[in-house]
Design a protein around this ligand. Structure first.
Ligand code: GLA
Length: 354
């Protein structure tokens, strides 16, 4: 790889003059670029079966583009991944009102979620790993959430080229936490068109159907005999036009799959994504109980990314490891409550092959 690793450079500035840096790191054949704004993965390059590298994540060239309008490209999501119904929940008898930013609901932490904040980053090398530690303290009441939340997110590139994310958080008051990352994948390379040919496998027999506001109804529905059955790998486009009421409502796949493995102490395999054209393959392991598969339904041809191409509907997909959306309002869902003295821990491992 040669030279210093990771490398830090000035990427740009926010309107108030805050400097935003970009860190570039490389290990085991994987190249990653991370911004101190939103902890954003701006680029992730991996080889195809001929050894040709491509950036497989959607993103922008400038800080201004991310600030102006980004549908969470590559960003760290917090404090709460996905939607909270009407931005309201009750914990230990106290009601909380969150920042509402998606119709009447709160999405991905609210108007100024973790994706729009600046992170302190320190680089490290440990044995044969290379990585970044991202720190941020979210003040009590930020976006309506209770408790001072001290968060550390570690991005590691391993010797084998895995990109591993370890999330950790503590609080000084009972609160709810659900951290994830919102990378948009196109294993053919960002800006190369649709992901409908990508083959996806999700190790889940059930999913959480949603209401018109994309809030889970509370039901855990079987995937059996429905377009939601990804237990065997199948092309994403195969059933996306099946006329299923849930797909029409969400304009495609935008649902939480209930992973068969449940919550696990260690990360276990949950999904495999493969682009048959390039051969690039992504495997995801997680300790979380849920996975949001979003088929890029709201990309509408108005944003132009790093390669100079406009992103259209279905040009990328997200696979977000998580607790179930709106779990603070569903006592039957795995609890997302974090209390003082406890440490929230979540790990996602992305492994690549071609
Ligand atoms: C998540 C949601 C989607 C959409 C995207 C961002 O995946 O589930 O409905 O809001 O984020 O555009």
């Amino acid at each position: 790889m040669g030279g210093r690793n990771p490398v830090k450079e000035l990427f740009g500035e926010l309107a108030d003059g805050t400097e935003i840096h970009r860190w570039s790191l490389e290990n085991g054949g994987t190249r990653l670029k991370v911004l101190s704004y939103g902890g954003i993965v701006q680029s992730l390059e991996i080889p195809d079966r001929e050894g040709r590298y491509a950036n497989v994540c959607l993103g922008f060239d400038t800080v201004e583009d991310y600030v102006a309008s980004s549908p969470y490209f590559g960003a760290l999501i917090g404090r709460f991944g996905n939607r909270v119904d009407k931005g309201r929940f009750t914990l230990d008898g106290t009601s909380y009102e969150l920042s509402v930013n998606d119709g009447e609901n709160s999405l991905h932490g609210g108007r100024e979620g973790f994706d729009r904040t600046v992170w302190d980053i320190e680089a490290f090398t440990r044995d044969s790993d290379v990585g970044l530690r991202l720190h941020r303290t979210s003040a009590d009441g930020e976006m309506g959430y209770p408790g001072t939340l001290r968060t550390t997110v570690t991005y590691t590139l391993t010797e084998g080229g895995d990109w591993r994310i370890d999330y950790e958080a503590t609080t000084d008051k009972a609160t709810v936490v659900n951290l994830t990352n919102h990378v948009y994948w196109n294993l053919g390379g960002e800006g190369t068109g649709t992901i409908e040919d990508h083959e996806l496998r999700i190790a889940a027999s059930r999913y959480t159907p949603t209401d018109p506001g994309l809030i889970p109804t509370g039901e855990l529905a079987s995937v059996d005999g429905t377009p939601f059955d990804f237990r065997e790998a199948k092309p994403i486009g195969r059933d996306i036009r099946a006329g299923h009421a849930q797909l029409i409502r969400a304009k495609g796949f935008d649902h939480n799959w209930v992973l068969d493995k449940g919550i696990t102490a260690e990360p276990e395999h949950v999904a495999t994504l493969r682009d048959p054209h390039s051969g690039r393959t992504l495997k995801i392991a997680s300790n979380e109980p849920g996975l949001q598969f979003y088929s890029g339904n709201f990309l509408d041809g108005t944003l132009t990314g790093t390669g100079g191409h406009t992103y259209r509907q279905g040009d990328a997909l997200c696979l977000e490891t998580q607790h179930f959306p709106d779990s603070p309002n569903h006592p039957s869902f795995p609890s997302a409550t974090l209390r003082p003295g406890q440490t929230y821990r979540s790990t996602t491992i992305h492994s690549f092959a071609s």
